[in-house]
Design a protein around this ligand. Structure first.
Ligand code: ADP
Length: 403
């Protein structure tokens, strides 16, 4: 059928040539000869090679079947993976890749999505040598992320399928963030310890030198030295607390703790400090018991930090109110409310970061280490509880623990 159609088109073309030759001035016999020659050419021309239509279709179907198998295996992976062929054309992507990078159009070159020369060179090298490669690559959108991108050749699959290559993307943004946090933390901790240490060294040198025979100066300097040494040991205690809490961060506490005596105990232990600052800590507690699953000592530490902050930073409000609320089905909540100057809104989200302070000078003058709320947050995370901070400038601050 198709051969016949091809023959007819040759005949029609030959007729056109003959008619054109006639109009161009050729004698009718000459155009008849042309016509005759064209017909002859059609009859004796080589038979058309047999059409290969069936074979590529079968092959395409086989490729697609294999690709869909590969896709369903890769679909179970939470690592983004893109499958390409030896021309770096995208053939498939798994769900994780679609989630991370959006849908990729199969059949297009990989450079339509990743133009970074690093990635393209790496892919070219893997395709040429068959050796796996990897590079670090950052994506800016939709959010800043860092990936280790790896290209590798897939062992040849059964059948005459194209050679497949896999691109996998390991997200190391979180690791990088933790690394940065850790090194910031060491830098901050060293800085916090170095300041009192430098001051201690200075006073020791003064006592050994100019103040050697001056008992009054000696007394004054020794008092300051004691203060600095106490500050260092407070800092070391807080650092140790944090590292102990980190070690057991994933173990939820299983004791039952009644919050009413805990809050009473904290109020009593802070009474001397509150009296010094002229602040009254008022407890507003319900009758009976209010129990939560927790670690008593750690909960004491949480409420000590919150009430102490309320007294120190909300001193001018003169009163710190502590409310314990619970009800049918409602979560147990403890709110520590001061009536001090409040915290500017831009600082609130960062208060629980280690060493974060609204005012470093203010915190130091109040014997703060900048670690109190970081410890609170760690303890509450272990207790599956949340810290909610509401603050209004000029009115005060409310730190609520919701269990
Ligand atoms: P510090 O040891 O400095 O008190 P925290 O982690 O306990 O460290 O608190 C971090 C910072 O949060 C404090 O330095 C202070 O600036 C601010 N802050 C905490 N509680 C209050 C509060 N009740 N009122 C105002 N500011 C507060």
């Amino acid at each position: 059928m198709s051969r016949l159609r091809a023959g007819w088109s040759f005949l029609a073309a030959a007729a056109l040539v003959a008619v054109a030759a006639y109009f161009a001035g050729a004698q009718p016999p000459f155009s008849l000869v042309l016509w005759f020659l064209a017909v002859l050419a059609v009859l004796v021309r080589e038979p058309a090679p047999p059409r290969m239509q069936e074979e590529p279709t079968e092959r395409m179907e086989a490729v697609e079947a294999t690709l869909s198998q590969v896709e369903s295996v890769l679909g179970a992976l939470d690592l983004p993976v893109v499958v390409i062929d030896g021309d770096a054309t995208v053939l498939a992507q798994n769900k994780a890749a679609e989630k991370a990078f959006g849908p990729l159009l199969s059949g297009l070159h990989i450079s339509t999505r990743w133009r970074s020369p690093g990635i393209l060179d790496m892919i070219r090298e893997t395709i040429e040598t068959g050796e796996p490669n990897q590079i670090e690559h950052s994506e800016r959108l939709p959010s800043e992320r860092v990936y280790i991108v790896r290209s590798a050749q897939v062992e040849k699959l059964a059948g005459a399928l194209p050679q497949l290559f896999l691109l996998s993307f390991r997200d190391i943004s979180e690791l990088r963030r933790l690394d940065r946090m850790r090194s910031d933390f060491v830098a901050n901790a060293s800085h916090e310890l170095r300041t009192p240490l430098a001051s201690l060294r200075g006073f020791i040198e003064t006592l050994q030198g100019p103040a050697r025979g001056d008992p009054k100066a000696q007394e004054r300097f020794l008092a300051i030295m004691l203060d600095q040494a106490t500050r260092m040991s407070r800092l070391v205690d807080d650092l140790l607390s944090l590292s102990r809490l980190e070690l057991k961060a994933h173990i939820a506490p299983d004791q039952t703790v009644d919050l009413i005596p805990v809050l009473g105990h904290v109020r009593d232990s802070l009474a001397p400090l509150a009296a010094d600052l002229g602040v009254d800590i008022r407890l507003h507690l319900p009758e009976g018991k209010v129990e939560v699953l927790g670690d008593r000592d750690e909960l004491v530490q949480v409420f000590e930090n919150l009430m102490e902050n309320g007294c120190k930073y909300g001193q001018e409000g003169k009163v710190v109110d502590v409310y314990l609320r619970h009800g049918d089905g409602a979560p147990v909540e403890v709110s520590v409310v001061d009536h001090g100057p409040g915290i500017p809104a831009e600082h609130v989200p960062r208060l629980t970061e280690r060493f974060y302070r609204v005012s470093v000078a203010d915190s130091r003058s109040k014997k703060g280490t900048g670690l109190g709320l970081a410890i609170v947050k760690h303890i509450l995370t272990r207790h599956r509880a949340r810290l909610i901070v509401r603050s209004e400038m000029g009115k005060g601050t409310d730190f609520t623990v919701r269990f």
